[in-house]
Ligand binder design. Structure first.
Ligand SMILES: [Zn+2]
Ligand SMILES: [Zn+2]
Length: 260
């Protein structure tokens, strides 16, 4: 019993720390306007693109800038901890939600690209399948030639997010010499608030209603049979970050392969 209370207490402390850090970052990081450059958003799971970069997508689309989203998995492992809802059903519902969420953000079905990695098993660097994943990502990059690529912040901590970022970075290195990589945040403020020390913030208030409508497609629709949203039980602090009108980003340090 004692350990249960300890766990609850630790969870509350983590959320409080996350909220404090986030509000500090939301006030201190420099504000940046969106660029007029085309973008590819790499989303490990359906919802990451909206929770982390929904405002940026809506702002770019409102300005007529081309944006595409690459979903790496169907997010079918979101109920592993709570019930045994069929994974194929979860995958199909979450993909429908992603399609529905893309509409208020200003995307068309042609802007959505679907990969078929297993949720929880996006290949890590050095593991079987990593090179294949990099080749697949390189193909997408060469086909759409985006000026910017957005992938999860290294401090997000989620293994699939880390793997997605390494695949993106390696694919960029192998395929296009002049492309800007930018990290967006979904879990970083919750998992590793102390690791977000630099970067910039985006004020998404002008398009906030569009982002809120996209979030509703994920969080406020009929839940899974166990009563929890299809994207799973997320910590309150992660949901608060997602619902914020301020989005946090960091540019990957520029290198020979990552020019402005
Ligand atoms: Zn995710
Ligand atoms: Zn469940």
């Amino acid at each position: 019993m004692q350990s249960r209370y300890l766990k609850i207490f630790k969870g509350m402390a983590k959320s409080a720390r996350s909220a404090l850090r986030r509000s500090w970052l939301e006030r201190r990081l420099p504000v940046r306007e969106i660029s007029g450059r085309s973008a590819l958003i790499v989303a490990p799971h359906p919802d990451d693109e909206t929770f982390g970069a929904g405002g940026l997508i809506a702002l770019k689309r409102t300005a007529g800038v081309s944006v595409r989203v690459l979903f790496l998995t169907g997010g079918e492992a979101s109920h592993t901890a709570c019930c045994n809802t069929d994974r194929e059903l979860i995958r199909s519902v979450r993909r429908q939600q992603a399609s529905a969420a893309s509409v208020p953000l200003g995307l068309s079905p042609d802007d959505l690209i679907w990969s078929d990695f297993q949720d929880g098993n996006i290949p890590h660097e050095g593991s079987a399948g990593f090179e294949h994943a990099v080749a697949g990502m390189s193909e997408v990059i060469l086909r759409f030639q985006p000026d910017e690529i957005y992938c999860p912040h290294p401090a997000d901590g989620h293994p699939d997010h880390r793997a997605a970022t390494r695949i993106t970075e390696t694919a960029v290195k192998h395929s296009v010499p002049y492309i800007r990589i930018v990290y967006y945040t979904v879990w970083a403020c919750y998992n590793a608030p102390h690791l977000i020390s630099g970067g910039w913030r985006l004020d998404a208030r002008p398009v906030y209603e569009k982002k809120a409508a996209a979030i509703r497609e994920y969080l406020d629709q009929k839940p899974a049979p166990c009563g929890i949203p299809w994207c799973g039980r997320l910590p309150e602090a992660v949901i608060r970050s997602a619902r914020s009108a301020v989005e946090l980003y960091r540019d990957k340090a520029l290198s020979r392969n990552n020019f402005p």
